[in-house]
Design a protein around this ligand. Structure first.
Ligand code: CA
Length: 662
């Protein structure tokens, strides 16, 4: 029986704090019960709470401003048995800002602030239920059958709208994606903004980090600084720099919801990039300043783990960090109607956490997308078999990862910008096999010789939709820059090879993924890591939609073709194993060719042949029996003329051909 001390008896009588238990390590900390809300407002009272099991004292400080100014109230908080400190204040506290001070640590808005002041330094007391645009209660996710139908387009608000040619008014803001009828400056009829996305036909936009991050000073937005935003501060509040008024805590919330609402009305779902794997630093982190040493992994000598390459790595295996990730994702899905997540450096997180995220998402809607980078930037401080790495994706049904096998086989390795691969006409190192592996979505397939695949030595997906297939993303060179860096390009080759690369991506059974602007041959002037490069590097020059309209039409045509034909996105490994087969081509260097049995999956195209020819010369390919029609050839999709062939076809140099028999 536990001894009842005089102190405990006194506490019971006068209602003071529960006695602080003595913990031998952070692993003994209790988990907070229920939701992780830290500020619950009503006009009559506001309840504040924060989890910090090992604290001796926690003070709640109130301010009249989001930054600067004198503290207007200070209250001691009370410890609860699950390590959560609470304080309820009577009266209407709306409009005030708050911080928690745990012992003598830095003031913090807590780990779960949903509304914050400028630069996210203080939490804000607002009526969250009122922070929504008109019609929000009827906002619906666009109809979507499942991951096999996804075509993802990654974008950064500022890249997408900041250029003088964008025709968008709210440049660099959430609202940039809400403006209809925007056109390339001086080129009426060429749509930009949200209309451009509709015209292209993608199903999902993947927005770069949109939670509150630290690298942009929100009090100096006129400086026009740029950042990707992989430096999270408040995970559950939108970034102030993308709002029209970062000082007004409700503004960023309402404007981000307005953007999601506009995309939903345009039939486009929204995937959010989330970065739970690290914080900007530890000394100023809300995790550290509420509960030191709990949320990060440490080496035995007490130094921080650094699998993120950013100086720290979070500890998803700890129950409260896992709960934080699950609850944060749940909050974005339910409060903001986000439709999926892209996890940054997902390989830092443990498998159990990613399973818990998937399970939570399935309870809401099983068509929500979940995928991430199946790697880390350094070695995480957990055994490899426990991590959500690409090699362990077979243990994570419903969770996808980026396919670097196919990406690098097309354009060359991440480690060397100047090294080309299949697109450069190079045939060594199993480039063809790796592309074929990507085309079937990295499943086990009888035609793939895994010994020849560049990185993976065994299939790493259970279903093809677990493979995110791409040739470029925000990180690393753009495809155009990469082609210029790795190939001594002759006139016209840039356009041809760009189209060829995306044909591989958009005819693959994985989820195709495009980086904004590739469809109009945007470039980043050769910059590889443009995370804080100026607009002159990152902005999309929309006049290229005019000069490269032919490329845009090709991407648009391929997307329409994919959407119209289930044969290109079967969504089931067994179907792909049985009905997608690669052709063995004598003297087939620089060529990938495959045949799809469309009839078997109910496609009106009975037999489909896809040929990718990276050579600087035409190749002749034998066709299966039947009369074949041309859907895509010579860099044109749809192919504008009626053309049929039997027995053989000639595929032009550095181009793709898609043929079908009815
Ligand atoms: Ca910020």
């Amino acid at each position: 029986m536990k001894k009842i001390t005089l102190f405990m008896l006194l506490c019971t009588l006068i209602g003071c704090n529960a006695e602080r238990p003595v913990y031998q390590s952070v692993d003994e900390y209790p988990v907070r019960k229920g939701a992780l809300d830290e500020m619950v407002y009503t006009p009559k009272k506001t309840t504040f709470s924060v989890w910090s099991p090992n604290a001796d004292s926690v003070a709640l400080r109130l301010y009249s401003q989001g930054t600067g100014g004198e503290m207007v109230e200070k209250h001691s908080m009370k410890r609860g048995s699950d390590g959560t400190w609470t304080c309820t204040l009577k009266g209407d506290k709306k409009g005030l800002f708050y911080t928690f001070q745990v012992d003598t640590l830095k003031e913090t808005p807590g780990i779960f602030a949903k509304a914050v002041g400028v630069n996210g330094r203080r939490g804000a007391v607002i009526d969250l239920a009122a922070a929504q645009p008109a019609g929000w209660e009827t906002d619906k996710r666009p109809a979507f059958a499942g991951a096999e139908d996804a075509i993802v387009y990654e974008l950064h608000y500022r890249d997408f709208s900041i250029h003088s040619s964008s025709g968008v008014e709210n440049k660099g803001k959430f609202l940039a994606l809400t403006e209809p009828d925007t056109y390339v400056e001086g080129m009426d009829g060429l749509a930009t903004g949200i209309d451009h996305l509709k015209e292209l036909g993608i199903t999902h936009v993947q927005i770069l980090p949109s939670y509150d991050y630290g690298s942009i000073d929100e009090t100096r937005l006129a400086d026009n600084r740029y950042n990707w935003g992989y430096d999270p501060v408040n995970y559950n509040a939108p970034e102030g720099g993308y709002s029209t008024d970062p000082y007004d805590p409700a503004c960023r919330i309402v404007e981000m919801k307005t953007m999601i609402q506009a995309l939903h009305q345009a039939g486009i779902r929204v995937v959010m990039d989330v970065v739970y794997n690290h914080t900007f630093d530890v000394a100023h982190s809300n995790f550290h300043n509420t509960c030191p040493h709990y949320f990060y992994r440490y080496n035995e000598d007490g130094t921080l783990g650094n699998a993120s390459g950013c100086g720290n790595e979070t500890a998803s295996e700890r129950p409260m960090m896992r709960k934080f990730i699950v609850e944060s994702c749940r909050y974005w899905l339910t409060e903001y109607h986000i439709d999926g997540f892209r996890f940054d450096l997902m390989g830092i997180h443990d498998i159990e956490t990613m399973r818990a995220v998937r399970e939570m998402m399935d309870e809401i809607d099983s068509t929500l997308l979940l995928y991430g980078e199946g790697w880390a930037a350094g070695a995480p401080l957990l055994p490899n078999e426990d991590l959500a790495m690409k090699a362990n994706i077979t243990a994570l049904p419903g969770v996808g990862a980026f396919c670097d096998d196919m990406r690098d086989a097309l354009r060359g390795p991440f480690s060397d910008d100047h090294k080309g691969a299949f697109l450069a006409g190079k045939n060594e190192n199993g480039h063809q096999e790796s592309i074929q592996f990507g085309i079937v979505g990295c499943i086990e397939h009888p035609d793939i010789d895994m010994q020849k695949v560049n990185y993976s030595k065994k299939p790493w997906t259970l279903q093809p939709t677990q493979s995110i297939n791409y040739v470029s993303c925000h990180d690393d060179m753009m495809l155009t820059d990469r082609l210029k860096a790795s190939i001594d390009l002759r006139p016209g080759e840039l356009e041809r090879l760009d189209k060829l690369a995306q044909t591989a991506v958009l005819t693959s059974q994985g989820i195709p993924f495009l980086w904004a602007g590739e469809e109009i041959l945007r470039d980043k002037k050769g910059v590889h890591n443009s995370y804080c490069s100026p607009d002159s590097i990152n902005a999309i020059d929309w006049t290229r939609k005019g000069t490269n309209h032919d490329v845009f039409r090709y991407y648009q045509g391929l997307i329409a073709l994919r959407k119209a034909h289930p044969a290109f996105h079967m969504g089931d490994a067994d179907l792909v194993r049985r009905h997608v087969h690669f052709k063995d081509i004598a003297d087939g260097a620089g060529v990938v060719a495959f045949v799809i049995d469309g009839a078997a999956v109910g496609d009106e195209w009975r037999t489909i042949v896809v040929v990718l020819n990276a050579n600087r010369y035409d190749v002749e390919i034998d066709l299966p029996e039947g009369e074949f029609h041309v859907a895509c050839a010579d860099g044109l999709c749809p192919y504008p003329k009626t053309r049929t062939m039997e027995e053989t076809t000639t595929v032009a140099a550095q181009s793709a051909q898609i043929l079908y028999a009815l």
